[in-house]
Ligand binder design. Structure first.
Ligand SMILES: Cc1cc2nc3c(=O)[nH]c(=O)nc-3n(C[C@H](O)[C@H](O)[C@H](O)COP(=O)(O)O)c2cc1C
Length: 345
């Protein structure tokens, strides 16, 4: 048992990725009860739903779990960029006999701009909190630490990892380019494009905090390599989406088993994110596209297009998945953890 496992009081060095829109209390609790660290991605939840998710998870497990929030800077998209983006996507709506929306909305709250999420964390007695897309304010960090909360944040490059370490957080989630879903990138000019393993090797030389590797891990052999090379734990998202307890739709689950390829595009939400390749990559993310309104404005129109059942000619589904999705296995959370543990031995 390494020192991170002792600190977090977990049996195995395996984390479930927090996954906004896919996370459920049942999945988080199943992973925690099986000896890993369960997670709730709460960024897409309003305050009441977030509270309900936490309370429900606490009912389902007495083991530790992490809650996760986004820390994107509150940037307002310009009306010009918004209109251009609506106009650019309008032909796809017309092809599908639908009306494009008149405006775009920002549905994802930032932990930075809504203090009620900090109050929720403290009131609910959350013990482990992680952040994506940046860091909380120094004041929020101090308050959380005064209450004994263990803090983690995603880094995609050395500069971000150093910011996390210097800000006084406890653990770095090192997210490689293979990762499904959004890149946690928060120093936009620092895109490293590093693989999970390469990022670990770079961070290991400069960072004294425990490093948890995320991105493209589907099999225990990949996990063992990372642990042998200095990671304190591994975090898996895509491998768990297929579990019955996740909130994924049937179409999403089926797509994961179709041996499809993934690629990163910023055209779905306004931030780079890895998803199964479809019309977002082929028809929307083209050289001549207009500049994107800032995150999360494009997401609201993307969700409307993605709600249309795909046909042979149109597929705007949003199926976030890591680069190694082809290695997916149909396993329950408990069986997946046991399998990973055996493969890592
Ligand atoms: C469906 C999905 C949703 C995600 N949502 C979040 C999120 O809300 N917060 C977060 O920190 N990371 C999120 N991520 C990224 C994961 O934390 C992690 O980096 C990724 O799952 C690792 O790559 P893998 O999917 O190949 O295992 C998400 C990933 C996926 C696949």
């Amino acid at each position: 048992m390494n020192s991170l496992m002792k600190k977090l009081k977990i049996q195995y060095p395996i984390f479930l990725s927090p996954m906004a829109g896919v996370s459920t209390p049942e999945l988080a609790a199943a992973v925690s009860n099986a000896g890993g660290l369960g997670s709730l991605g709460l960024a897409a939840c309003d305050l009441n739903t977030a509270k309900e998710y936490i309370v429900q998870t606490q009912r389902l497990t007495d083991q530790p779990f992490q809650v996760n929030f986004f820390c994107h800077q509150p940037i307002t998209a310009t009306p010009h960029d918004i209109q251009n983006w609506i106009d650019y996507l309008s032909p796809h709506f017309r092809n599908l006999q639908m009306q494009p929306p008149a405006s775009l909305s920002a549905d994802f709250k930032s932990f930075l701009s809504d203090s009620s999420y900090l109050d929720l964390v403290l009131d609910a007695g959350c013990q482990i909190v992680s952040f994506h897309f940046g860091l909380p304010t120094q004041e929020q960090i101090t308050t959380l630490k005064q209450h004994g909360v263990i803090l983690m944040a995603t880094a995609t490059c050395l500069a971000e990892a150093l910011s996390i370490q210097n800000a006084g957080l406890d653990i770095i989630i090192a997210q490689g380019i293979e990762a499904g879903g959004h890149r946690g990138l928060f120093q936009q000019d620092q895109e490293s494009g590093l693989s999970t393993h390469a990022l670990l090797l770079q961070l290991r030389a400069h960072i004294h905090l425990p490093i948890v590797c995320a991105g493209g891990i589907m099999h225990g052999q990949q996990g063992k390599l990372l642990l042998d090379d200095g990671a304190s734990a591994i975090q898996l998202g895509t491998a768990f989406i297929q579990c019955a307890q996740s909130a994924a739709s049937d179409q999403y689950r089926n797509a994961l088993f179709q041996q499809l390829k993934t690629a990163i595009t910023a055209c779905i939400s306004g931030r780079p994110a890895r998803a199964i390749i479809n019309d977002w990559h082929h028809l929307v993310d083209c050289k001549n596209r207009p500049s994107l309104p800032s995150y999360p404005y494009p997401y609201s129109i993307a969700k409307q297009l993605s709600a249309i059942v795909p046909t042979e000619h149109n597929d705007f589904s949003i199926f976030w998945a890591g680069a190694n999705v082809h290695q997916i296995r149909a396993l329950s959370p408990e069986a997946l953890i046991q399998t990973l543990v055996k493969e890592m031995q």
